[in-house]
Structure formats: structure tokens, C-alpha cells
Design a protein around this ligand. Structure first.
Ligand SMILES: [Cu+2]
Length: 202
């Protein structure tokens, strides 16, 4: 790929993106070429009299079946990626409540620990429970290719699988007022020992 992917989910999302872009490009070039060819072939000088065509079963069959199959494959790959961030990872996952409010994030852990940075251990799934205290927000981690709305009155779920250690941006991706564009924080992925030390500290 063109740039480094930090999770296998990000890799999948980028592949789907590439797949859809390539199919769209092939159609763009094909349709434009056909259109130009028809403009040339059927202009008034060459074809002074218009002919009516009433139908062509096989042509219609092909242009319905091929796009349907292509769109279904796009849907399938999208669905596989969607399952990653929605299917519950089970007992050994770390659960963190992500609390959004104008214009900051707070992360609350199972032992009561609170942080404005999202600390997570690498190699362990994290179940984020997203809640809002005021208006709608959206938790967006560009490097992970995940984004989920944080809706007032509901608890939305987002599953992430941190792999490579490092710092990654977390942004708010739903316009939520004056300082929306400053509603940034970090996802900090550390190895398990470092995480346990941090987690145990008051
Ligand atoms: Cu926001």
C-alpha cells in the first residue's frame, strides 16, 4: 500500500477503498470513451436520419447483471469490515467508556480510572462505549480507519484492535459547536506491562 497501516482493519478498509476506486475508474474511462465514440459515429453528417431501437434483451441483461454483481461485492467487503468494529470481542476485551462533551473527551476505565488520553495495551481488543453529555459528537481515529457517532441518550459501541504501539490522533467528526475543530486527543498504544503499570497507578 501507499502508506503504513497500523492495524489489519485499516489495511482492509484501504483495500476496499482501492477496489471501489479501480472499478469506478474503469467505468469512468469506458463510459467516456463510448460516449465520445458515439458523438463521432452518430453525428448529423454521418447519420442524417435517426433510428429507433426498441430493446435488446442480452444488452439489457448484461448491463443489469454485471453492475449488480459488482455492487454486491463492494457491499460484501464493506460488510466484512463493518463486522470488525461491531462484533463483540468477548470476555478478554478491555472496556472503556468514552465520554464526549463540548469540547473534550474523557475516558473512564473499569477500575474507575479517568484520563483525557485513551491509553490502551497493544494486542488486546478494546470495547469503546460511547456516550455524550450534551450534543452529538463522533469519535474518529483516522489511522485506524474507524469513526462512530456519539449520540446523546444512547450508548454506541466501537471495537478497536490496537497493534503497533504509538500515538494516534482522535478527533471529533460531528460538528458540535464553536470549538469542534479543537476537540482532539490522543490514542496512546503501549505494551501490556506499561499499560498495567499505568492502569494500577492512582
Ligand atoms: Cu464534538
Amino acid at each position: 500500500m501507499l502508506y503504513l497501516e497500523v492495524t489489519s482493519h485499516a489495511e482492509k478498509v484501504d483495500s476496499v477503498m482501492l477496489y471501489i476506486t479501480v472499478i469506478s475508474l474503469i467505468f469512468l474511462i469506458g463510459i467516456t470513451a463510448t460516449m465520445l465514440y458515439f458523438v463521432y459515429k452518430y453525428n448529423r453528417k454521418r447519420n442524417p436520419e435517426a433510428k429507433n431501437i426498441h430493446g435488446n434483451f442480452w444488452l439489457e441483461f448484461v448491463w443489469i447483471v454485471i453492475p449488480t454483481i459488482l455492487v454486491l461485492t463492494m457491499f460484501y467487503y464493506g460488510y466484512v469490515g463493518y463486522k470488525d468494529i461491531k462484533a463483540d470481542p468477548g470476555e478478554d476485551a478491555l472496556t472503556v467508556r468514552a465520554v464526549a462533551q463540548m469540547w473534550k473527551w474523557e475516558f473512564v476505565y473499569e477500575n474507575g480510572k479517568k484520563s483525557d488520553t485513551l491509553y490502551v495495551p497493544s494486542g488486546k481488543p478494546v470495547r469503546l462505549l460511547l456516550v455524550s453529555l450534551d450534543v452529538n459528537h463522533s469519535l474518529y481515529i483516522p489511522a485506524y480507519r474507524v469513526k462512530q457517532d456519539v449520540v446523546l441518550g444512547t450508548t454506541n459501541k466501537l471495537i478497536i484492535y490496537p497493534e503497533k504501539t504509538g500515538d494516534y490522533d482522535i478527533a471529533c467528526a460531528e460538528y458540535c459547536g464553536l470549538k469542534h475543530s479543537m476537540m482532539y486527543t490522543k490514542l496512546r498504544v503501549v505494551d501490556e506491562n506499561n499499560f498495567n503499570d499505568w492502569y494500577a497507578k492512582k
